[in-house]
Design a protein around this ligand. Structure first.
Ligand code: EPU
Length: 420
């Protein structure tokens, strides 16, 4: 397993271009299952997760091609039974269930397991599909769904922690080819959901209320191929903002959509980070000391859970005590113990991390436990004194395109150490 070796203490300086969004690209690829025509997706990030999604689509019978950021998918004839081992390995693959069921009237996929950030149930996905008329059975580790036809209805999709991103996308896709009108209440409003909805419209779907918590879908009998450019990855952009701020650097971020991460910009400014927007670019710098800042993760347009770990790494360097509360995933604090190895002072109190900042971080061997936790450890390593070895960076390869190359171009002393 590969690792990153980081010599900390160099301020990041220069320019970085943000890649297409992983969390939009995965369901966009699944949407291609809704038609027998060819779909083209541009600006798809080259990641192990996007490559994996293509393998899953191929295992269902689709023809795929990935060439310099452009993916083409032709699902002319597909089967409704997903490969157990393949699907089980990537949670994001659950979003193939809605399109497969609505197109084939039968779909079975392996039940995704929990992961280190929480139990990650799919009850809301299943509730939505059942409301559309699907029979659902859990058997031998599979979710088996079938329906003579899917019929539109009113579905409330809110859960304990608010709306569900992939659940909304799954039901939205299933509703596109259902009979009649489906109204999804408490739909997720994340930019990735909006991007998928726009792609579905360009494929012939009829959707109203895109970007709002109420989505109204009037079913159509057929969808067709379409060409679409994936939105920029807001989480990647925020990760680079945090890294620039942590190292007291100055970075120009190209190709992002700052309107997609206004909550993060607001908190960074509160923490003393300077941000200037100019004709599609974002200039980030940190002139003085960082200030302690409290925040709570929330569904969009609140502060994203996917930036919580990176912000904690930053708050380790701020003067004073910050309270960071996680409201989306119950156990998403695996990075905390690793940050403490580097000298951070953090206590977990229920859903909150109490970060006593202002201490010097020192390099250490640390272990990445999930994608965003890994990003937090890289940020801490870049800001720390001395050498940090971040082990198990296959998590980062799942979600950040060419991360070390982009950081090296900003002057970071980071290199990949290949493991067996
Ligand atoms: N939930 C339920 N029941 C369900 C579905 C979700 O209770 O059926 C709960 C979850 O346990 C959680 C909350 O609802 O407490 C929100 O989860 P959501 O369904 O929105 O998460 P997701 O769609 O599975 C996507 C991203 C995650 C991101 C979350 C929240 C993808 C592939 N994944 O997951 O991204 O954290 O939305 O914004 O789009 C990441 O990129 O590192 C990542 C984990």
């Amino acid at each position: 397993m590969d690792s990153f070796l980081i010599q900390g203490g160099t301020p990041l300086r220069g320019e970085v271009t943000i890649s297409g969004s992983k969390n939009a690209a995965l369901p966009l690829m699944a949407a291609a299952l809704l038609t027998a025509d060819t779909c083209t997706l541009r600006r798809v990030p080259d990641l192990s997760d996007t490559r994996f999604m293509l393998r899953i689509l191929e295992s269902l019978g689709a023809e795929t091609r990935f060439d310099q950021g452009t993916v083409t998918i032709r699902a002319a004839s597909i089967r409704g039974f997903g490969d157990y081992e393949l699907i089980r390995k990537m949670r994001g693959s659950i979003c193939i269930l809605g399109p497969m069921l609505t197109r084939l009237k039968e779909a079975s996929v392996s039940l995704p397991g929990g992961c280190v950030i929480g139990t990650r149930p799919i009850d809301l996905h299943l509730k939505g599909l059942a409301a559309l008329g699907a029979r659902i059975e859990i058997d031998g580790g599979y979710v088996k769904t079938s329906a003579r036809k899917l019929v539109g209805t009113n579905i409330f999709l809110g859960g304990r922690a608010g709306p569900t991103v992939l659940g909304t996308v799954n039901i939205l896709m299933a509703a596109c080819l259902a009979e009649g009108v489906t109204v999804i209440e408490s739909a997720a409003c994340e930019p990735e959901v909006v991007d998928v909805a726009r792609f579905l419209v360009s494929m012939g779907a009829k959707i109203h209320g895109i970007g709002s918590p109420t989505l109204t879908v009037t079913g159509v009998s057929e969808m067709h191929g379409a060409d679409h450019e994936v939105i920029p990855d807001r989480i990647e952009a925020c990760t680079f903002l945090c890294a620039a701020a942590a190292t007291k650097g100055e970075v120009v971020v190209h190709g992002s959509r700052p309107d997609h991460f206004a909550a993060v910009i607001d908190k960074l400014q509160e923490a003393g980070v300077r941000m200037k927007q100019k004709s599609g670019t974002l200039l980030v710098s940190r002139p003085g000391r960082l200030r302690a800042t409290d925040l709570t993760t929330l569904p969009y347009a609140g502060f994203p859970t996917d930036v919580q770990a990176q912000f904690i790494a930053l708050m380790c360097l701020a003067q004073g005590t910050s309270v960071i509360t996680e409201r989306i995933f119950e156990s998403r604090f695996m990075h905390v113990a690793e940050l403490m190895r580097m000298g951070a002072d953090i206590a977990i109190e229920g859903p909150s991390a109490i970060v006593k900042g202002g201490r010097r971080l020192s390099g250490a061997p640390v272990m990445a436990s999930d994608l965003r936790a890994s990003a937090a450890l890289v940020i801490a390593g870049l800001a720390a004194e001395g050498e940090t070895m971040v082990n198990r960076i296959y998590h980062l390869d799942r979600g950040y395109e060419r991360m070390e190359a982009k950081l090296q171009a900003l002057g970071a002393r980071i290199q990949r150490v290949e493991g067996e």
